[in-house]
Design a protein around this ligand. Structure first.
Ligand SMILES: [Zn+2]
Length: 348
């Protein structure tokens, strides 16, 4: 029996930041249409979206900030920052994204599902405790991680963030916490400005924030090599109870905002690399949240490829993809990260 869950809800389309905004309802519309195609239909178990409760949001966000977002309900455009706005349906959509993601985590943890993909909007990884940023309102992945610890009893969680941009909000949520390991690859220097390799966490959390800043031009094999060489040994040493993934499809080769070169097959390979880690340490338990991705067709094809990998409909060979690695570029990116982290991780 197939045990891959998909979280989808038409109300995620009600968050609309205006014509010409790259983070558009159309991003999900085409993905939801894709799920109805003959080779996808019936492959996945539906995860019911639900609104996040106040106390769940407050695991990550301040009360004043939640009130501010709540006040946008039913109103036309309200500007939260230079590129993040709300529409009448945004508050509901944001509640359903965070709450739906918690539900996905819960269903995977209980064993009803092996893994899951939250096809949600608005995205979350830039959202800070008291501030919307970079198209993000509530930090879905951070809320899901804390929810898993507080309500489901998980101890250690790995959050992997392969979005083009650094997940500043997620990092800041857990930087002093050794129970949540945050691992991010991102174009750098770039929006939002954070994510240098020497941001390694603070206090007791030192060593549990791992940033791999990248110049543009990284492709399929390069990303997989980084995950295999750096993430895999560290994650196996950390021994998480579950893996959460901030999946950004803005590292797609034709994304209008990014300079990376990942193809749909490459995304499946990246997912496979993470699935192998999850199989080795937490019975395959893994939940993905959709973050960025602005090439509408490319994101759709890439999400499809990842979903098929999750459902074991295809077995992408990471060895094949790793035949095309720019070793010099990967070595250059990993060297300072390994150097700074070897004092925290025996495997390095
Ligand atoms: Zn992004």
């Amino acid at each position: 029996m197939n045990k891959t869950g998909v979280l989808k809800d038409k109300r995620y389309l009600d968050h609309d930041m205006g014509a010409y905004h790259p983070e558009s309802p159309q991003r999900l519309e085409v993905i939801y249409d894709m799920l109805e195609e003959s080779d996808m239909k019936g492959l996945f178990i539906d995860i019911p979206a639900r609104k996040a409760k106040r106390e769940e949001l407050e695991l990550i966000h301040s009360s004043e900030y939640i009130d501010l977002i709540a006040s946008s309900e039913g109103k036309d455009l309200m500007y939260l920052d230079g590129d993040t706005r709300t529409s009448a349906g945004s508050y509901s959509a944001a509640l359903l994204a965070a709450g739906g993601f918690c539900e996905a985590v819960s269903m995977v943890w209980s064993g009803k599902l092996k893994n899951a993909f939250g096809l949600v909007r608005p995205p979350g990884h830039h959202a800070e405790r008291s501030r919307a940023m970079g198209f993000c309102i509530f930090n879905n992945i951070a809320i899901g991680a804390r929810y898993a610890q507080k309500y489901l009893g998980l101890k250690r969680i790995v959050i992997i963030d392969w979005d083009l941009h650094h997940g500043n909000g997620t990092q800041h949520s857990f930087e002093d916490d050794p129970s949540i390991l945050y691992f991010s690859t991102h174009q750098y220097p770039f929006y939002p400005g954070t994510g240098s390799y020497n941001e390694i966490g603070t206090g007791k959390g030192e060593g549990f924030t791992i940033n791999v800043p990248l110049s543009p031009g990284f492709g399929n094999g390069d990303f997989i090599a980084i995950f295999e060489r750096m993430l895999k040994p560290v994650a196996l040493e950390f021994k998480p109870d579950m893996i959460l993934v901030s999946a950004g499809f803005d590292i797609y080769e034709k994304d209008p905002l990014g300079g990376m070169k990942v193809t749909p097959e490459g995304f499946a390979g990246i997912a496979r690399s993470i699935m192998n880690i999850a199989d080795a340490c937490c019975d395959g338990k893994m939940v993905i949240a959709l973050e960025g991705g602005y090439h509408i067709r490319g994101q759709r094809d890439s999400v499809k490829s990842v979903l098929k990998e999750l459902a074991a409909e295809q077995g992408t060979s990471i060895a094949n993809l790793m035949k095309k690695v720019d070793k010099a570029m990967v070595d250059f990116a990993l060297k300072p990260v390994m150097e700074i982290h070897k004092r925290y991780w025996k495997c390095l």
